[in-house]
Design a protein around this ligand. Structure first.
Ligand code: NDP
Ligand SMILES: CC(C)=CCC[C@@H](C)[C@H]1CC[C@H]2C3=C(CC[C@]12C)[C@@]1(C)CCC(=O)C[C@@H]1CC3
Length: 348
């Protein structure tokens, strides 16, 4: 059997690192490419994984997904090194937060929105954005556009006549339709850039399936739930989260999204790799879940039929509802943006 290849962006920490570890356990002969922006952090992760999986075949690729020149260089290196990629995990992401709105937290705690607040974090966080060296909004560039550009440039080593590629995005329960505007795809004007970037991710995945399933390329989005990583330690300090642990375990009775460990959070990402891609519903997002007994499972949830009567009754915000035609337009918009930017970047 031919060896499988998986590439993971943001593989040196958090969910990406746990995923790398779990893939090596599930598929001991897999070739893993850790695509990270920091050489030292990537090599540290590589050493750690090799200590645990002695026979592992792991390499490091340097890429800063928020920098298009770096993305194009990485794409060239990928095309030189690989004939085919089986799993492309687009996982790297950022969520810079300046503060938690505790008054909103207390208000929601005693309302019908309580469970939804713990599930999505909607309205609780003041999200802050920056600008990249390419002049793009940082969160959009990191979470979505850099990955989109990478996908476009490595298309020749994805899918094929007799082989498939699974593109697996790490999205979020924080994805929010009302945060996204097609006319402001980078989210230059709103105050929820992370929610917008993750909603756009869910849409782009749907559009990718429409376009590329026939070429053997399948795209799926996942939701890791709430996981303790550098991302969440940027919201509240790690000691605070440790104190909250008993409470988070209690909250699991009401919502199975309190995964806590990156290992649990990567459940859906690993599960997808074990499925034949043709059998996976392209209109679903795959959620890593943990029930109150501590058992892990994966829950597929439709991205285009979120409008259920109970949501309406309890005034819970409609978060998703992806429209295929808008998804196609968003894809075309990103495609146009990438083509224009690519013209201006010359690789030496
Ligand atoms: N933690 C959670 O509760 C949830 C996380 N997610 C998503 O999971 C994904 C992984 O995040 P998580 O593991 O939590 O967070 P971490 O901060 O632990 O990991 C993020 C990874 O992405 C990398 N990264 C960030 N920016 C760039 C960049 N410009 N170029 C290349 N790599 C980059 C980081 O590298 P470096 O170490 O160098 O910073 C790191 O390896 C993200 O997409 C996030 O949105 C979704 C839902 C919930
Ligand atoms: C008592 C207690 C548990 C307080 C914590 C309140 C909030 C800080 C968290 C409640 C739900 C969390 C959440 C996220 C961040 C932290 C919370 C808002 C995310 C937005 C982190 C990034 C994601 O992609 C989704 C998470 C959803 C839940």
């Amino acid at each position: 059997m031919e060896k499988k290849t998986a590439l993971i962006t943001g593989a040196n920490a958090g969910i990406g690192l746990a995923l790398a570890d779990r893939l090596l356990t599930e598929f001991p002969s897999i070739h893993l490419c850790l695509a990270c922006r920091s050489k030292s952090k990537a090599e540290e992760a590589q050493t750690m994984l090799k200590e645990k999986h002695e026979e592992a075949d792991i390499c490091v690729l340097l890429v800063d997904v928020s920098n298009l020149e770096s993305v194009y260089r990485a794409a060239e290196a990928i095309k030189k090194q690989y004939k085919h990629i089986d799993y492309l995990y687009l996982n790297a992401g950022i969520m810079p937060v300046s503060s938690v709105d505790w008054s909103h937290f207390w208000q929601c705690l005693f309302s019908s929105k309580c469970v939804d607040m713990f599930r999505t974090g909607d309205g609780l966080l003041k999200q802050v954005d920056g600008v990249t060296t390419d002049g793009m909004k940082q969160i959009f560039a990191t979470n979505l556009f850099g990955h989109f550009a990478l996908l476009k440039k490595v298309n020749s080593v994805l899918g094929g006549a007799n082989r498939t590629t699974q593109v697996i995005w790490t999205s979020s329960s924080n994805a929010k339709k009302s945060a996204f505007m097609l006319s402001d795809i980078q989210h230059q004007h709103g105050s929820e850039p992370y929610s917008s970037s993750k909603y756009a991710t869910d849409m782009i995945s749907v559009a990718l399936n429409e376009r590329f399933n026939q070429q053997g390329i399948y795209s799926h989005t996942t939701c890791p739930g709430l996981v303790m990583t550098n991302l969440t330690y940027g919201i509240l300090p790690s000691w605070f989260w440790t104190l909250l642990l008993p409470l988070l375990i209690l909250i699991r009775i009401f919502t199975p999204t309190m995964n806590y460990s990156p290992y649990n959070g990567s459940e859906a990402l690993v599960w997808l790799a074990k499925q034949p891609p043709q059998g996976i519903d392209p209109m679903c997002k795959y959620h890593s879940r943990l029930n109150w007994l501590g058992n892990r499972y994966v829950e597929p949830k439709k991205v285009n039929s979120n409008f259920i009567f109970l949501n309406y009754l309890f005034e819970i915000q409609l978060q998703l509802d992806v429209d295929i035609s808008i998804a196609q337009k968003a894809y075309e918009e990103l495609d146009k943006m990438e083509t224009a930017i690519h013209k201006g970047i010359k690789l030496s």
